[in-house]
Design a protein around this ligand. Structure first.
Ligand code: WTA
Length: 649
């Protein structure tokens, strides 16, 4: 690269961004160094911003071989107290905690103060108790993007119940699987959700799921007012059921290592795993990362466009912002309803200062042209973030220039469900940026790149991304299957946490995530296991075998490409293609809808019967020149058949 090109890689931090910032460049260097050299001292200090019922005397106690991770283990606290009550206790009860912007732009906006939030959470908590929910019980939350979803999460945390939030786009089968896996007897849902004026039949989906697995009680929030079926003795309208509950409910003192929530996420094999986060470390991690990464200042309006069904919603709509006493906007709708300017209209309407979204949304809006942005006054924006997948430099620049007017720092935050919070990012007042690079490790994070044999790669290089030290927000286990936790994350490279991502580190120590190196794909920022889509496909009576890979997609980042072989005697047709698409939607949910179905008489297999996915990925990418060694295939001729099939559509 020429010097000039290298120069152009950088986008300088606007000088004003450092004024009053939570962390400037020299502070970052000093704080990062201390977070490694004196990790216990550093994290004890961060933890001290929270209220503890019993202050921890121990900070970190962990090992990655054998795997045993504890933080603040003898401390007692409650994240709901830190997110809600302590702000009220401090006299900030009138501050707005949540702003609700409904799907319909003409609909009723809600401003919920911290004092009101406390009342709502207590009401929900006491309703859960009335149902019979006790500390340690699992509660499933299947909600639209309405404040009651956050109330339900905080209510669980308040009474020490473990929440398992399921994204509202998942199917009844997916709900049933998750409810069964964590033996959750209770569900909080709503009659319906609304997305782009379309109704999502949440309660009906729960009913269908509960035909497969039992539940003791379902609380139903009335949102659209739809007339939904209610099962006597099991289902209760929340507004009726909560009418007579007490208006006090103390926060349960939780041990720092007591589980806070389970969140199901996809891996390279098997069904989704219930990733478990515990109370103390997660509280400290989300409070600290939110504070430094978004550089939140009192009075500012912060908006994260994620759904509470994903980890981004957990950490950066609910727990991170609220622990910081921030005002967080919750948006029910979608970026393109009623028009492609909705995000910008909402930013203008609520004078949003900090905006956090996903590359897939940026790319989709970029395609619709600048006009939609230009219509709105976006001068309130001060920090903008990106999360969920690699952002291509073109989309980054559009975001920076067209949305941010070239003056707003961007934080491209790399992290995962398992990491609990942000791991690699620039800080708005500390770092120059490079479009497409997440940037530098957050405090306490030690990234390491290794080759496929586990050899450590130094300096400017590319490899598999591992993390060598524990951090407070790290997941502790997979619910009900600790061996799977160890196998998935700590066995590929012994003694290290393996992220599943590929990554490049440049000479400036900036990290560039290149995407997953395992069989996980990232579709519109949603993580999906190819194995899950395969299992759904082979459940269809006409399908014999299926192999699913990701392929580049302009808007979604990756699309879902399915190779399908049919049972003998079955003919492929456009009709069957439509049927299989519907089938996968029904089995998993609309987010798993195949983008491309490729019927083939056979899959490329080695003599021992292993599918050579590398070849399938290349063909899906239309990259036939570098298929590599195909001589180990049982039938090398299948490669040409597959290429023909790819080119003829
Ligand atoms: C990807 C979402 C590049 C990555 C918070 C990771 C990213 C997976 C970024 C986790 C980013 C997330 N740049 N890639 N800024 N953020 N990813 O568990 O592949 O839904 O492993 O957590 O998303 O997805 P998850």
């Amino acid at each position: 690269m020429t010097d000039q090109a290298v120069q152009q890689e950088w986008v300088r931090m606007p000088a004003a961004a450092a004024d009053g910032a939570a962390c400037n460049a020299s502070q970052y260097e000093a704080m990062y160094a201390r977070s490694i050299e004196d990790a216990d001292g550093f994290w004890a200090e961060q933890a001290a911003r929270l209220d503890w019922f019993e202050k921890p005397t121990k900070v970190a106690d962990w090992s990655f071989d054998p795997v045993d991770i504890k933080w603040f283990e003898d401390g007692k606290l409650n994240i709901c107290h830190n997110a809600v009550d302590r702000h009220v206790d401090a006299g900030n009860g009138n501050r707005v905690a949540l702003i609700f912007e409904p799907d319909d732009p003409e609909g009723e906006v809600r401003h919920i103060t911290y004092a009101e939030l406390q009342g709502e959470v207590v009401r929900m908590a006491n309703s859960l108790k009335k149902l019979g929910v006790a500390k340690g019980d699992r509660v499933t939350i299947y909600m639209p993007m309405v404040p009651e979803g956050a109330f339900a999460m905080l209510a669980c945390a308040r009474i020490g119940a473990i929440h398992s939030v399921i994204f509202g786009g998942f199917s009844p089968d997916a709900i049933a699987g998750r409810v069964e896996d964590c033996e959750s007897d209770w569900i909080v849902t709503a009659d319906q959700g609304l997305r782009g004026s379309k109704k999502v039949p949440l309660k009906a989906n729960v009913d269908a799921a509960l035909e497969k697995v039992p539940a003791k009680g379902v609380l139903v929030v009335s949102h659209t007012g739809a007339d939904v079926a209610m099962t006597e003795g099991r289902d209760h309208w929340y507004h009726e059921y909560s009418a007579d509950v007490a208006d006090e409910c103390p926060c349960e003192p939780m041990n720092a290592e007591d589980p806070l929530f389970i969140l199901y996420t996809s891996g390279s094999t098997g069904s989704p795993k219930g990733v478990v986060h515990t109370t103390g470390g997660y509280s400290v991690w989300t409070e600290t990362t939110f504070r430094y990464v978004f550089d939140y200042r009192p009075g500012e309006i912060y908006w994260c466009t994620a759904d509470i069904g994903w980890v981004t919603g957990h950490s950066y709509i609910v727990y991170g912002p609220l622990q910081n006493g921030a005002t967080a906007l919750m948006f029910e709708g979608v970026p393109n309803y009623p028009d492609h300017d909705r995000f910008w209209a909402v930013c203008e309407k609520h004078k949003v200062n900090i905006f956090y979204t996903a590359p897939t949304a940026i790319r989709a809006l970029m395609r619709e042209g600048e006009g939609h942005v230009a219509k709105h006054d976006l001068s309130s924006l001060r920090v903008m973030g990106s999360v969920g997948e690699p952002i291509n430099p073109e989309a980054w620049r559009w975001y920076h220039e067209t949305v941010g007017g070239g003056t707003v720092p961007i934080v491209d935050t790399w992290w995962q469900t398992e990491t609990g919070g942000i791991m690699i990012t620039t800080l708005p007042g500390a770092h120059d940026m490079k479009p497409g690079s997440a940037g530098k490790p957050f405090f306490g994070v030690c990234p390491q790149l290794v080759d496929n044999d586990g050899a450590v790669l130094e300096g400017a290089t590319e490899g598999n991304l591992c993390i060598t030290r524990s951090w407070p927000g790290q997941a502790r286990t997979v619910y009900g299957d600790h061996d799977r936790f160890i196998q998935t994350y700590f066995s590929t490279y012994k003694g290290k946490y393996f992220t599943g991502d590929g990554c490049r580190r440049d000479k400036d120590g900036y990290y560039w995530i290149t995407g997953r190196v395992d069989d996980v794909i990232n579709v519109s920022g949603h993580r999906m296991g190819t194995a899950e889509v395969e299992s759904a496909l082979v459940l269809h009576a006409k399908v014999s075998e299926a192999a699913v890979v990701g392929y580049p997609h302009d808007i979604k980042g990756q699309g879902i490409y399915c190779y399908v072989t049919l049972n003998a005697g079955e003919e492929h047709s456009d009709e069957l293609m439509g049927e299989l698409r519907q089938w996968v939607r029904k089995e998993i949910g609309p987010i798993a809808t195949p983008d491309h179905l490729h019927f083939t008489p056979a899959l490329p297999k080695t003599r021992s019967g292993k599918i050579m996915r590398r070849i399938l990925r290349k063909i899906a990418e239309n990259d036939y020149g570098s298929l590599g060694d195909t001589s180990t295939l049982a039938d090398p001729g299948i490669v040409d058949t597959l290429i023909d099939g790819r080119m003829n559509r």
